[in-house]
Write a protein that binds this ligand. Structure first.
Ligand code: DC
Length: 230
């Protein structure tokens, strides 16, 4: 049975950085499921379909080939054979992803792809519904969070480093809006699994977060929780 580690939480909490570092630390692969929703959002946008149109978005998604290839040096995301890894990082793609992620038909398709990967691969999986829905039986689950104000501050610093300037208040508003949408949607809302380990990163460094997670994972593996069946 492959090792699957589920990591959920809102955006900007340091979740993906922690997940990537944890994967490196444990020498297993990292799967960013947000990228899959971004690719699905891009597919809808390109097809001229409103990503909130459940029927339209589900149809486009069913007709699209969303794939990821995982490697130690990072994930590549593909849409209909095109490498869209970089294209899906724009603010527009992020908005479309958040909208398309409210559609049941799209979520079901992504869930199937994610489970296929998890069934065959030792992987740290980063998303919003991994512990609650995609892999409810994953033996290690984390929920990474941080205060919205701190997440906005980090986003602002990151944007500055990239030469983008957006007012702090505007970033904070966007984060709160996104939290609201991800957390209150009818289908698979963002929330911690009952057995997830909660880590609040507001006042601790990335190194401390990763160390805490790695310690927990090692303890679980040591206990032979996985009962590897080869
Ligand atoms: O992590 P991210 O910002 O790349 O995610 C993009 C959007 O996709 C975000 O609004 C939440 C959504 N998402 C989701 O609903 N379920 C997941 N497993 C991963 C992401």
């Amino acid at each position: 049975m492959p090792i699957n580690i589920a990591i959920d939480g809102p955006s900007g909490a340091g979740k993906s950085s922690a997940a990537k570092e944890l994967a490196k630390e444990l020498n297993i692969l990292y799967l960013d499921t947000g990228a899959m929703y971004r690719a699905a959002g891009l597919a809808a946008t390109r097809a001229g379909v409103d990503p909130l149109d459940a029927e339209g978005a589900s149809r486009v998604c069913a007709q699209s080939d969303v794939r990821v290839t995982l490697a130690a040096d990072g994930q590549r995301t593909w849409l209909n054979g095109e490498d869209v890894t970089d294209v899906i990082r724009t603010p527009d793609a992020s908005r479309a992803a958040s909208k398309v992620a409210t559609v049941r038909g799209v979520r079901d398709a992504m869930l199937a792809l994610q489970r296929d990967i998890a069934r065959e691969t030792d992987v740290v999986i980063d998303g919003r519904d991994i512990g609650t829905r995609v892999l409810p039986d994953a033996p290690v689950k984390f929920y990474i969070t941080a205060a919205p104000e701190e997440r906005a501050r980090r986003r602002m610093l990151q944007q500055r480093a990239e030469g983008v300037s957006q007012a702090y208040e505007e970033i904070l508003e966007e984060i709160k809006r996104r939290d609201e949408r991800d957390g209150t949607r009818a289908v698979d809302p963002l929330r911690p699994a009952p057995d997830a380990v909660l880590i609040d990163t507001t006042d601790i460094t990335l190194e401390e977060v990763v160390e805490r997670m790695a310690d927990i994972c090692r303890a679980v593996f040591r206990e032979g929780y996985y009962g590897r069946s080869e």
